[in-house]
Design a binder for this molecule. Structure first.
Ligand SMILES: [Zn+2]
Ligand SMILES: [Zn+2]
Ligand SMILES: [Zn+2]
Ligand SMILES: [Zn+2]
Length: 418
């Protein structure tokens, strides 16, 4: 039994007013109350209206009115023009001879198509899209966690890199400290030595003053002169002050050097334009690992057998002839020494006093050039020939001597240079 509410819901109202519908126009598929039947016929006067009691209504397609023939409903569809047409259109009008089909058939075909589309969308496309949504969701969270991971890793590496840079500067600080301390110690030692000698000399002066007046023969007789010792003034300390060199090409390269230590920070961009990732490398190396050209000086010597620097701007050079030349950094000849060697000197070097020395292989002598003239400094032991030379900082000369063939190493002889 229907409740009063459900009964109220079941009441069909007139499509033109709000009253209950008792009639139905099958042609227009509208519900009508008794009062509105006339109004409906009057509104669409040209068309026929199949009005029946509401309970006898037939659900059917509403045929549209023909645009060309007033009072005619289109019951067929012109297949050629794909438009609804009336009987007059086919018999007399524009669509004479055109292929037609029942409008209901067209309608059914359309409904079938709508149904199959809906089915395909519901059964296949929506699930497919849903699957994609899930995949994208997974990718988003994967990408987010990747960003997170990279961020954490970079943070860790940042710490390590900073630590590495700190290590480099710690090393530089300790190197510069130890190098300067070394200098300071040497200076201090020299300072003390000189002061000790001064007080020693003061003592001697006092003792000597006593001796002037002494009449004790034995005391005066025992006097030993130390003058030679004091005249030989203690050598100055050779200082090697460390310098901190740095070359900064911001965004590209950082280089820092001290003593034999070198650290570099390089920023390398890959050549491919698509990859905007840059690589950063830290390199630490010893200066001694590399040979770099600091200047190119032209000489006519080919081959160039020997070079001995005189200060920082000049050098003696040796080729395969008897003449040794002194050139400046532009290659201009400043001085020439012609040796009495048979072919060419075995080696050259420069003493601490900036005097040129050279070896004469066949005569077996080491010679020093003073005021443009060669003086024999050392004669090597019989059978040994002198080759390459090197003057040491302490004032010694290191000589490579050989028996017969210069390619066999002989013994090294050290001789005091005076
Ligand atoms: Zn009607
Ligand atoms: Zn009505
Ligand atoms: Zn028509
Ligand atoms: Zn047509």
């Amino acid at each position: 039994m229907a409740t009063s509410t459900s009964w109220a819901q079941d009441v069909i109202t007139c499509d033109l007013c709000d009253k209950a519908a008792q009639q139905f126009c099958n042609s227009c598929q509208v519900s009508l109350c008794d009062t509105c039947v006339k109004k409906h016929r009057d509104e669409l006067k040209s068309l026929p209206h199949d009005i029946v009691p509401f309970l006898d209504r037939t659900i059917q397609v509403v045929y549209p009115e023909c645009q060309d023939h007033s009072g005619q409903r289109c019951e067929v569809n012109c297949k050629k023009c794909n438009t609804p047409v009336c009987i007059k259109c086919i018999g007399l009008g524009l669509h004479k001879g055109h292929d037609v089909e029942e409008l209901t058939e067209t309608h059914e075909n359309k409904i079938r198509k709508i149904k199959s589309d809906t089915e395909e969308i519901q059964a296949k496309l929506i699930p497919k899209y849903h699957k994609e949504v899930v995949e994208i969701g997974k990718n988003i969270s994967k990408t987010k966690s990747k960003i997170d991971h990279l961020g954490k890793k970079s943070k860790k590496l940042r710490k390590l890199w900073h630590q590495e840079v700190d290590n480099i500067f710690d090393k530089i600080d300790s190197l510069s400290q130890s190098l300067t301390e070394k200098n300071l110690n040497a200076l201090q030692e020299h300072h003390n030595k000189i002061r000790d000698l001064i007080s020693e000399m003061h003592t001697i002066v006092k003792q000597n003053e006593k001796l002037f007046k002494s009449n004790k023969l034995s005391e005066v007789n025992e006097y030993q002169s130390k003058l030679n010792e004091y005249q030989d003034f203690p050598e100055h300390v050779d200082l090697e002050m460390p310098s901190l060199r740095s070359n900064i090409d911001q965004g590209k390269e950082f280089i820092i050097e001290i003593g034999g230590y070198r650290a570099t920070l390089k920023h390398i961009s890959p050549p491919s334009p698509s990859a905007d990732v840059s690589r950063l490398t830290i390199g630490i190396g010893k200066l001694t690992d590399q040979v770099s050209v600091i200047a190119t000086i032209p000489t006519n010597y080919k081959p160039l057998f020997g070079v001995a620097c005189v200060g920082e701007a000049e050098a003696w050079i040796l080729g395969n002839n008897k003449t040794i030349k002194r050139i400046d950094i532009h290659g201009t000849v400043r001085d020439t020494v012609t040796t009495p060697c048979l072919q060419y000197p075995g080696g050259i070097s420069v003493t601490r006093g900036r005097e040129l020395i050279y070896s004469d292989i066949f005569r077996g002598t080491l010679n020093i050039v003073r005021h443009g003239k060669s003086e024999t400094l050392i004669i090597t032991q019989q059978g040994w020939r002198p080759g390459r030379l090197s003057c040491t900082r302490s004032g010694d000369i290191l000589v490579h001597v050989f028996d017969r063939c210069p390619f066999f190493s002989g013994v090294d002889t050290q001789t005091k240079n005076k």
